[in-house]
Design a protein around this ligand. Sequence first.
Ligand SMILES: NC(=O)c1ccc[n+]([C@@H]2O[C@H](COP(=O)([O-])OP(=O)(O)OC[C@H]3O[C@@H](n4cnc5c(N)ncnc54)[C@H](O)[C@@H]3O)[C@@H](O)[C@H]2O)c1
Length: 245
Amino acid sequence: MRLKDKVAIITGAASGMGKGEAIRFAKEGAKVVVADLNIEGAQAVAEEIKAFGGEAIAVAVNVTKTEDILNCVKVTEETFGPVDVLVNNAGVFDKYTKSLDTTLDQWNFFLNINLTSVFEFSNTVLPSMVERGTGSIVNIASIAGLVAGKGGAAYTATKHGVIGYTKHLSSEYARYGIKINAICPGTIETPLVKDVLAGIPKDLVPTRTFGQVEEVADLAVFLASDEAKFMSGAIVPIDGGFTIQ
Ligand SMILES: NC(=O)c1ccc[n+]([C@@H]2O[C@H](COP(=O)([O-])OP(=O)(O)OC[C@H]3O[C@@H](n4cnc5c(N)ncnc54)[C@H](O)[C@@H]3O)[C@@H](O)[C@H]2O)c1
């Protein structure tokens, strides 16, 4: 088991990629905190994990609320012990909304969920990781953080921000034995993109396929595991080759 006894918080784990990561992490022996705004969904994922003998709890978290983040880390520490792995996965998509069609309120909505939460959640778990000289933070960015036009204005800005923040954070904390890396998924078949999937031609993807949550979960397991201890500030696309052309 590649994550045996590691304590992992996964945000946005009631659905899509976060759910896939939660299940995969538990199968690799991690004690998983399924953190999501959707508490019923999070509870269902925790139950699914327990049904195959894994360890998991569900915690209601709005990643834009400081008190929810603090409570999530507190409950995690009380239940399982200090946090070894944080996967900042929760995110919302702007469905390609152009800048002139984006209000300031909408901009702040995307910024708060997709980027500011990554800063705040990371800052909440980092002191204990620094003290223990170990830990892993995996940020779920996007190919929209690498190139333009794969999301709208706000989404693209937030995902570029996640990548910049990942690199910077790693430059500050890698020396303490903490791995901080980002995954950039291409189109992955999840509820987030179900409304726009039909409009994305598979011909644009060199593999001629969309990705599956299990494939992203496999990469997240690697980055969270000790196998990746020399990975630092890496920005890893998993996109069927979409961004090589
Ligand atoms: N699906 C794709 O094609 C794709 C591609 C690139 C990047 N991503 C990124 O992957 C991540 C996961 O996306 P997904 O496709 O699995 O989406 P999804 O919609 O299936 O799941 C997102 C989860 O985040 C939760 N969430 C939303 N706002 C929250 C908040 N304020 N606090 C706590 N939880 C919240 C939702 O309840 C949901 O369970 C996102 O960051 C997304 O931007 C997705």
